[in-house]
Design a protein around this ligand. Structure first.
Ligand SMILES: O=C(CO)COP(=O)(O)O
Length: 252
């Protein structure tokens, strides 16, 4: 069975002090078993969060990294720098990175390979824009992004990969996808993985939904057969709300 995974993506929110306050609160209230919990924080807050979450079941995640080991890449962070501070997960190819920082399927693929090489677990984001959805291109877009991100991986490595299907039009807009529509597209992603890596591998890969997920709607997503959790922006910024999302995911 696939263990549900709730990952907060804080984006560019929270100073170290703010992150620490969240962590103390989340730590005190975190008891739910059977759900994997991740907080993907800004780089600067990660060491402090790691200290507070030590000994708990809340894992540390980063929101990006470079694919090279080291080098003259001003402003970048390498996989081993993340490993050194106890990071377990790393979001790769978020639509905001693709849109504002020129990430492509090719660079996302390089990052996925680099993450796996360093025992970091990638959360790979795919998803269509509103324009693409309205043009009936959703399946093609997620197919291309999924195939691109997972190029040159071995089937066995898929056990360490999480996919997040995040339709761009649902991110931060309050316009969440219906659970049925999200499940339908996620089933396409799973099918693409099955074609490339085999049915058995595809059945084991965890695929999250992301886009305006809130405590009020998490249960509807979790009730869908192909949805294995959520990647959550806004609603993950408040500890109480984050814990409610975890609770919602564990009731299934
Ligand atoms: O982009 C997202 C998570 O990566 C979704 O953000 P919101 O939950 O704020 O819509």
């Amino acid at each position: 069975m696939r263990t549900p995974i709730i990952a907060g993506n804080w984006k560019m929110f929270k100073t170290i002090a703010e992150a620490s306050a969240f962590a103390e609160e989340a730590k005190a209230g975190s008891t739910k078993a059977g759900v994997e919990k991740v907080v993907c924080a800004p780089f600067t807050a990660l060491p402090a969060l790691g200290q507070i979450f030590a000994g708990t079941d809340i894992a540390l995640g980063a929101q990006n990294m470079h694919f090279e080991e080291q080098g003259a890449f001003t402003g970048e962070i390498s996989p081993s720098m993340l490993k050194e501070i106890g990071v377990k997960y790393v979001i790769l190819g978020h639509s905001e990175r693709r849109q504002y920082f020129n990430e492509t399927d090719e660079t996302v693929n390089k990052k996925v390979l680099a993450a796996l090489k360093h025992d970091l677990l990638p959360i790979v984001c795919v998803g269509e824009s509103l324009e693409q959805r309205e043009a009936g291109q959703t399946a093609t877009v997620v197919r291309t992004q999924t195939e691109g991100a997972l190029a040159d991986l071995e089937a066995a490595q898929l056990a360490n990969v999480v996919i997040a299907y995040e339709p761009i039009w649902a991110i931060g807009t309050g316009k969440s996808s219906t659970a049925e529509d999200a499940n339908e597209t996620i089933a396409i992603v799973r099918q693409v993985i099955a074609e490339r890596f085999g049915q058995e591998t595809a059945a084991q890969v965890r695929i999250q939904y992301g886009g305006s997920v809130k405590p009020e709607n998490i249960a509807s997503y979790m009730a869908q057969p192909d949805i294995d959790g959520a990647l959550v922006g806004g609603a993950s910024l408040v500890a109480d709300s984050y814990l409610q999302l975890v609770n919602g995911a564990s009731q299934q």
